[in-house]
Design a protein around this ligand. Structure first.
Ligand SMILES: [Zn+2]
Ligand SMILES: [Zn+2]
Length: 327
């Protein structure tokens, strides 16, 4: 099968012809229809996440069709369409797994990081961590739901019932979260790279009542802020924009260092927290909510062979919505 593989960090992906993977117990063999490109892939390729499997097939926002399964019957049958997310396997016995926090499992394994992912024609995945996808979504359109959607949704939930919601970094996750937040009746304030008028316009088109530079204060204090851009200096900016008792949620897996800041912008019971990975419950809830909320995704498709171009476009901030590879 054709694949795009990472052989060493900080190197471009290379095209490879690999043997078709074989499904082991609990696994499905999946013909990849679409695989979205996540900023986490960029962190893996750029060496910002330690110790990936090497060589690695990246990609953890996979939509495909089951072509074979290890044993029958199971959750999915040959011919079913499934989505494969970042959470690829958990131990089921550690304190986190037993307390509804499998996203923090001590021995968790992640798709496109410790397990080969979807930048390929075929992949295998443990069916216990795969999901059915609403038939209203096309393959390409559904792919960004599998991480930008899921982890964005988990971040949104951490914001509680915040009415005035700020979003810092208006990329793939933000453009999905914005639609869910509007569906829930929240007011939306979008912060982009200074001067990125196109991103600000994009945010307004998705229901933001205000969109401006991340260095500017919002027109009124926020009840909560979600940070999706991997930029540490946004943390004090978001705290300063958030009202007493408000919450700032860091939604990414990696961020540049956070500069020191005066305690007074955290004081008054502001909460600063991060979000890590996803639970299967997050996925089930979000995948049921997305069609109900009318979530649509904006995508830019690339043939699999152009995976490096998709990563470059994500790195440069030029994308509106999500990049999706099609084998
Ligand atoms: Zn565990
Ligand atoms: Zn991701």
């Amino acid at each position: 099968m054709r694949a795009q593989i990472l052989t060493a960090a900080r190197r471009p992906l290379t095209a490879a012809e690999l043997p078709a993977p074989r499904p082991e117990p609990h696994q499905l063999l999946i013909a990849v229809r679409a695989c979205a490109v996540c900023r986490t892939d960029l962190h893996v390729v750029d060496g910002e996440l330690a110790d990936p499997k090497l060589p690695l097939v990246p990609g953890h926002e996979i939509v495909g069709i089951v072509v074979e399964r290890s044993e029958a019957p199971g959750r999915f049958a040959v011919g079913d369409r499934v989505g494969v997310p970042w959470l690829g396997w958990t131990c089921g016995v550690c304190d986190y797994c037993r307390s509804g926090q499998e996203n923090l499992c001590d021995r968790a394994r992640f798709t496109g990081y410790q397990i080969d992912g979807g930048y390929a024609e075929l992949t295998v995945a443990d069916e216990r961590y795969c999901f059915a996808i609403d038939p209203h979504y096309g393959d390409v359109e559904a792919a960004p739901l599998m991480c930008a959607g899921l982890i964005g949704f988990r971040a949104l939930r951490m914001a509680g019932d915040a009415h005035r919601l700020g979003i810092y970094g208006f990329g793939a996750a933000a453009h999905i979260v914005a639609q869910v937040a509007r569906h829930q009746g929240r007011r939306l304030f979008a912060f982009t790279r200074p001067g990125d008028v196109a991103a600000q316009h994009f945010a307004r088109s998705l229901g933001a009542e205000w969109a401006g530079d991340s260095t500017a204060p919002p027109p009124e204090p926020l009840d909560a802020a979600l940070i999706f851009a991997p930029v540490g200096s946004l943390v004090p900016a978001a705290l300063a924009a958030t009202k007493k008792g408000g919450t700032v949620v860091c939604g990414g897996i990696h961020m540049s260092d956070i500069p020191s800041f005066p305690y007074r912008i955290l004081w008054e019971e502001r909460v600063l927290r991060s979000v890590a990975n996803l639970t299967r419950r997050d996925a089930e809830e979000f995948l049921a909510l997305a069609p109900e909320a009318g979530v649509r995704t904006e995508t830019v498709t690339y043939p699999l062979a152009r995976a490096n171009d998709a990563l470059d476009d994500l790195r440069s901030g030029a994308l509106r919505g999500a990049a999706v590879l099609v084998p």
